[in-house]
Design a protein around this ligand. Structure first.
Ligand code: NAP
Ligand code: MG
Length: 492
């Protein structure tokens, strides 16, 4: 078992009140780590440390900040297996997926290390003679990074790496259900040479630590990934203080399968998107919108596929589907399965938690398939965040797009078709931040923007160069070397 500590101003310390809480392995119920249960007082110290460090970090040349990130990425790569196993134990993800997530964190860190020698601005012609006009990126200040448990490593790198390379300092609050990877990441950045106070980590509940970060006047930007409920609270609290904020929230992602689709491919993509990470991805495919010509065959094959999936501990090589994160998540899935039945959807397979054998110690739930789901049913509208897939039959591509867009979220969508014209119409009309053609709804790469339209966020994006828009501000600079008064727009 690991004993985690907060990182404040370069010191590893317990919570000021000395209290801790356990992090549990959701496959076995074993305690993986003891974690500081911090208070607003700890948050205050961490923000002070970040403010102090900002004074020199913003002046430290970006290419040299990048060298620290580069070393951190190398350390991550050396420790990939250790990090992956720790992740599976802390939050249940199947080991192959944990390895994928660590790789994503490595990719993001190398990518942002590259930005240390770019961080490009703009130089444009000035309208007056003997005048120079350019725009440069400035850091914003102290960034609070608040992250969810389902991607405990990669999402932390999505936020921290662009923030740090651009010259901000940070206070990071990892999710309470999966704190271990945040701790290991901070250790790596420290070992890579990050100066004290540039990154601070405070563990503890959303109410005590997260909320104190939102309200702290020393925080300039809140970068939040999590549920819509908490996201709204972040937006309101930040707005009151005129703080910048960045929201990445939930999804209700759909996979459209047209009559002309390659069904073998579609079945694989759907099972992977719906039941990978036990459906606990913001991009999980939780709706299948299927054209009636292939409906019966698709349902039959999905049923067969879902029944074959092997549930188990993510550390066992044969496991395809791991546990849900905690008891509350199992109860939430059970609630939605009841709702689906009451709404009149047809339960095709699954629909029960695992209550016998070795798996009864963990939070396992059978891969579940509902057919004949109406697009307005609650199971087709609300984020369940578990292994529950709803099949919605439609007549045409146009109807499929309407159903796809008829939810409050707009994160990811996918379409299976062999018709290039239909594929391009879908790309044009699907109102989501990510669109896949002939692939499921999961599997984003870090060099493109990641995030959602409409209710999934507030228009910002993580990853890619787009991330820099969140963590920097534009400063327009005019240098007049004419030696006389020149009046823009007037002297012409
Ligand atoms: P959550 O309950 O909203 O928690 C997210 C983070 O916010 C956690 O660190 C949590 O702390 C903290 N928090 C809770 N209450 C807070 C408060 N009052 N003030 C400040 N912070 C507070 O979400 P989750 O259950 O961890 O994650 C699942 C959700 O995240 C899903 O909706 C999923 O779709 C979304 N998600 C979105 C993306 C994306 O990029 N769009 C990616 C992954 C996940 P505690 O852990 O201590 O409660
Ligand atoms: Mg845990």
């Amino acid at each position: 078992m690991e004993r985690l500590q907060n990182l404040i101003g370069g010191h590893w310390v317990d919570a000021s009140g000395g209290e801790t809480f356990p992090s549990i392995d959701p496959a076995t119920g074993e305690v993986v780590a003891e974690v500081p249960a911090s208070s607003p007082e700890d948050v205050d110290r961490a923000v002070q440390a970040a403010r102090e460090a900002y004074r020199s970090w913003r002046l430290f040349p970006a290419p040299r900040r990048a060298e620290i990130l580069f070393r951190a990425a190398q350390l991550m790569a050396e420790r990939k297996e250790e990090l992956s196993r720790a992740m599976t134990r802390d939050m249940g993800k199947v080991l192959t997926e944990s390895r994928g997530e660590v790789q994503e964190g490595i990719d993001m860190t190398f990518y942002m290390a590259g930005e240390g020698r770019r961080l490009a601005g703009e130089v444009v012609p000035a309208e007056s003679p003997d005048k120079f006009a350019m725009a440069q990126r400035d850091p914003i200040g102290v960034v609070a990074a608040i992250t969810p448990w389902n991607f405990p490593f990669s999402i932390a790198t999505w936020k921290l790496m662009p923030a740090l390379v651009a010259g901000n300092t940070a206070v990071f609050k990892p999710a309470s259900d999966a704190p271990l990877l945040g701790y290991l990441l901070a250790r790596i950045l420290e070992e890579a040479g990050l100066p004290p106070g540039v990154l601070n980590v405070v563990f503890g509940s959303g109410e005590a630590v997260g909320d104190a970060l939102l309200r702290h006047p020393g925080v300039d930007l809140v970068s939040f990934t999590g549920s819509n409920t908490v996201g709204r609270h972040v937006a309101r609290t930040a707005a009151e203080q005129m703080k910048r904020y960045h929201l990445e929230l939930g999804g209700k992602n759909a996979i459209t399968v047209l009559d002309d689709a390659d069904l073998d491919l579609a079945v694989q993509g759907i099972l992977w998107s719906a039941f990978g990470t036990t459906g606990q991805r913001c991009t999980a495919g939780s709706r299948v919108i299927v054209q009636r010509g292939v409906h019966d065959e698709l349902v039959e094959r999905l049923k067969e596929g879902a029944r074959k999936l092997r549930l188990g501990n993510g550390l066992d090589p044969g496991t395809e589907v791991g546990p849900l994160i905690n008891r509350r998540a199992v109860e939430k899935v059970e609630r939605y399965v009841r709702i689906g039945q009451e709404e009149g959807a047809v339960l095709v397979t699954g629909g029960r938690p695992v209550t016998t054998g070795e798996l009864a110690k963990g939070f396992f739930y059978e891969p579940t398939l509902f057919d004949r789901v109406g697009p307005r049913f609650r199971i087709a509208q609300e984020e369940i965040f578990g292994p529950v897939l709803s099949i919605i039959p439609v007549d045409s591509l146009e109807e499929a797009i309407e159903v796809n867009n008829g939810v409050e979220y707009g994160l990811s969508s996918s379409i299976y078709t062999r018709d290039v014209n239909k594929a391009f119409k879908a790309i044009r009309d699907l109102a989501t931040g990510i669109v896949y053609v002939n692939a499921g709804t999961i599997g984003a790469e870090i060099q493109l923007p990641f995030g959602g339209m409409r209710g999934t966020g507030n228009g910002h994006r993580e990853a890619g160069r787009a991330a820099l828009e969140v963590y920097t501000e534009w400063k327009a600079v005019y240098v007049d070397y004419s030696g006389r008064l020149q009046r823009a727009q007037i002297d012409r």
